[in-house]
Structure formats: structure tokens, C-alpha cells
Write a protein of this length. Structure first.
Length: 173
């Protein structure tokens, strides 16, 4: 399990000597992108997208795919004629990198995987470095400068908690 300090783990897989048919299968790539997020406790916010790629050089043809997860993304790039795949799993939340790596290696039947994990954002701030109230005040000032918003409309545009940073008496000029 990845538990190091920072923003999150970035699992990078270079999978060599994979099964040609699996690398050349839209279904296999979709399965990876559709099933892995749930397996490692991530939240898909888009459906997986997989695309065949012809390549400028014929032997570079393959499949590219990605799924956006709330925690970041998972991507795959296959090169069936070279029996090779690149897979990235990046997350702002710890996950079991060993499980994720095994899932990918097993799916494409790689006989020669190269697996690395980097911990990105080791200096990433643990707290906001910008005052949220100040941002709210600037946003509301900008909206009111347009002179075409009524307070009741603003409640539908801006989250109620942000409206609390501006006094009702300041809403109209």
C-alpha cells in the first residue's frame, strides 16, 4: 500500500512481452480502465475512453485509452506489434500499487514488466495557500460590477456558504 508523504503515488508500468491479441483488443483496454478504479478504491468520473491508433509508422499502431478518476487518471497506450504497453495510474489518494501493478501485468500477460512508483508532490501544501474568503469577496465584487444579478439569482450560482462572506447590505449598490 502506498502511504508515503506527498500528493500521491504515480504508478508507471512498462509492460514488455505481452500478448498481442490482448494489446490489440479494445475490450481488454476498456476492461483495464473500467475495472481497475473500483479494484483500488478510486472513483470514476468519466466512462473509460479507448481509441485505436493507426500510427505514423505501421508498427506503432495500437490502442490508447484513459479514464478520469476523481483522484486523477489512469491511462494505457498499447503497441501490439512490439508486444508493449505503457500504463500510468496517478492518484492523490494512497492505493495498493502492488495490486494495481499485478492487475495490469496479469491482464496483458506481460512476461517482462518494468514497474516504478514515484511519489509526486512531496512539497505539495497540506492547506490552502489562498484565503477562500478573499476569493469569495473578489468573485462577488466582480459579479456585482456587472449590475445584472439579483441576490436571489446569486444563490443559484454560488454555493450558500460563500454567500455568507458578503453581507446582505453590500449586495446592492
Amino acid at each position: 500500500m502506498s502511504l508515503k508523504k506527498g500528493f500521491g503515488p504515480h504508478l508507471m508500468l512498462d509492460l514488455n512481452s505481452c500478448d498481442f491479441n490482448l494489446l490489440n483488443s479494445l475490450d481488454s483496454c476498456f476492461t483495464l480502465l473500467n475495472n481497475l478504479p473500483d479494484q483500488i478504491g478510486m472513483t470514476k468520473i468519466t466512462q473509460p475512453y479507448v481509441f485505436p491508433y493507426e500510427g505514423l509508422v505501421p508498427e506503432d499502431a495500437g490502442i490508447t485509452g484513459m479514464v478520469i478518476i476523481a483522484e486523477s487518471h489512469i491511462s494505457v497506450h498499447t503497441f501490439p506489434f512490439k508486444k508493449y504497453a505503457f500504463i500510468d495510474v496517478f492518484s492523490c489518494k494512497p492505493f495498493d500499487t502492488n495490486y494495481a501493478a499485478k492487475f495490469c501485468v496479469d491482464l496483458f500477460k506481460s512476461k517482462d514488466p518494468k514497474i516504478s512508483v514515484n511519489y509526486r508532490g512531496e512539497t505539495f501544501p497540506s492547506k490552502s495557500v489562498i484565503n477562500a474568503d478573499l476569493i469569495c469577496q473578489k468573485a462577488l465584487s466582480w459579479l456585482f460590477s456587472k449590475n445584472n444579478f439579483e441576490p436571489y439569482i446569486l444563490t443559484n450560482i454560488i454555493n450558500i456558504k460563500f454567500l455568507n462572506c458578503w453581507k446582505l447590505s453590500n449586495w446592492r449598490k
